[in-house]
Design a protein around this ligand. Structure first.
Ligand SMILES: Cc1cc2nc3c(=O)[nH]c(=O)nc-3n(C[C@H](O)[C@H](O)[C@H](O)COP(=O)(O)O)c2cc1C
Length: 195
């Protein structure tokens, strides 16, 4: 592999791994795009993990949200831009919704009570409401839930695994832009292409 090509791929993974760990990284909140009934849909999600060895990304969501149905076993695209590095990543992959596994249990157990509280919301995401409201039960508004109170919320929590099939790396520079694509199908060898 040409050295600059492998540098590009290394940089992509360095940015993704940092983005998962660092709330201040602009790549911490990429856009995740899906197709539902032939129509595109997209939303911002918090990147929770980036694993180069597994070529996978991880997100968390409400198992009742419409995106879960649209994503499970389906092609998705994760779009992230880092202004400081002037790098755009368009990451194609296949999503898998995981609601019930030792990993999901472990992630749930490690999350703070406040992080888990949102899964106590009574209505499924997207349910019409008569007025603006959080949907949280009144008893937990404005306070930290106790462990026992969070038990019913566990069923609403899901992990989204994305198995990456392709990374499109674009670097903007005054001297000239550069673009490379890396495909799982060819062992991530990658190739340059016209930006
Ligand atoms: C900064 C930010 C971070 C978000 N993080 C998540 C997230 O990690 N998981 C999630 O399901 N929704 C997250 N959302 C909300 C989604 O963008 C979206 O509004 C919601 O999940 C409903 O999407 P859906 O109708 O496609 O299911 C986030 C929104 C913003 C603005």
């Amino acid at each position: 592999m040409d050295e600059a090509l492998s540098d590009a791929q290394n940089t992509a993974w360095r940015l993704l791994v940092r983005a998962a760990a660092d709330r201040r990284s602009p790549m911490h909140t990429p856009v995740v795009a899906t197709i539902a009934g032939g129509a595109p849909d997209a939303r911002v999600m918090v990147l929770r993990a980036a694993d180069r060895a597994a070529a996978a990304l991880r997100f968390h969501t409400d198992a009742r949200s419409p995106k879960c149905l649209a994503m499970d076993g389906a092609p998705v695209m994760v779009l992230a831009y880092h202004p400081g590095e002037a790098i755009q990543l368009r990451i194609a992959g296949t999503a898998r919704i995981d609601r019930d596994s030792p990993l999901v249990d472990a992630i749930w157990a490690q999350a703070t009570p406040f992080a888990r509280r949102i899964y106590l919301v009574e209505q499924a995401p997207g349910t019409p409401l008569a007025a603006a409201a959080s949907g949280l039960p009144a008893w937990v508004e404005g306070r930290k839930p106790e462990e026992a109170e969070l038990v019913p919320a566990r069923g609403n929590f899901a992990v989204v695994h994305i198995d990456i099939t392709r990374i499109d790396w674009l670097h903007l520079a005054q001297a000239g832009h550069a673009r490379a694509v890396f495909d799982a199908a060819d062992g991530w060898a990658g190739e340059w292409c016209a930006p």
